[in-house]
Design a protein around this ligand. Sequence first.
Ligand code: AP5
Length: 210
Amino acid sequence: MKNLILLGPPGAGKGTIAKRLAAELGYLHLSTGDILREEVARGSELGKKAKAYMDAGELVPDELILAMVKERVAGKDGILFDGFPRTLAQARGLEEIAPVQLVLLLELDRDTVVRRLSARRVCPQCGALYNLITSPPKEDERCDSCGEKLIQREDDRPEVIARRFQVYMRDSVPLVDYYQGKGILVRLDAARPPGEVYAAALHAIGDDRP
Ligand code: AP5
């Protein structure tokens, strides 16, 4: 199976698509944001180092991220990188770790990013994603799957969302040219409804099915 990257601004829907591709096609979903949040929750050394950066909407240093990714992907394929790489240094570091055959760029404007992230809720128990506007839970702010009370991510406060978007424009947008130059970038309109974005992602992946 191919190794894929999901690139795009905060809130573009990378996690939403990645969870479905992993469930339906068997990709290994590797979200650096999810791993870091687990490390913070466990109070590990990495989590302690990462927390202040994450709370402020800044990037965790490249060397910490590359070491974290390397230990999780050794010898595997069919990896779906979600939220990684985020800098040119990470992209170059990834080349030493695993080949990448396709980069899906989820394009979304800043106003939609702010609207979506302000309404995002997550299940702290099973990780299910909701949106109070576009995909609300059936029962008031409780997870449809496990019934747990939904929470809002610490970094989904308006001032942190704004900073995350700025950081994306400064550090991650150069990756668009980088992967376009390699001829492996496909652009998707992430403003369309989730089912349509997913269908476009499947089309771009082609027949890489188990
Ligand atoms: P991370 O967790 O990776 O956050 P992010 O990239 O900012 O992305 P999000 O998880 O916010 O959004 P998403 O694109 O996955 O959207 P989602 O599917 O949830 O990183 C967090 C922090 O960790 C960073 O700020 C940094 O500090 C650190 N970090 C992580 N990786 C790092 C790295 N490589 N290097 C350095 N630091 C790193 O959808 C959002 C909402 O929209 C949901 O409510 C969803 O239901 C809804 N939605 C999704 N798709 C649609 C649609 N098509 N239409 C309508 N609503 C939709």
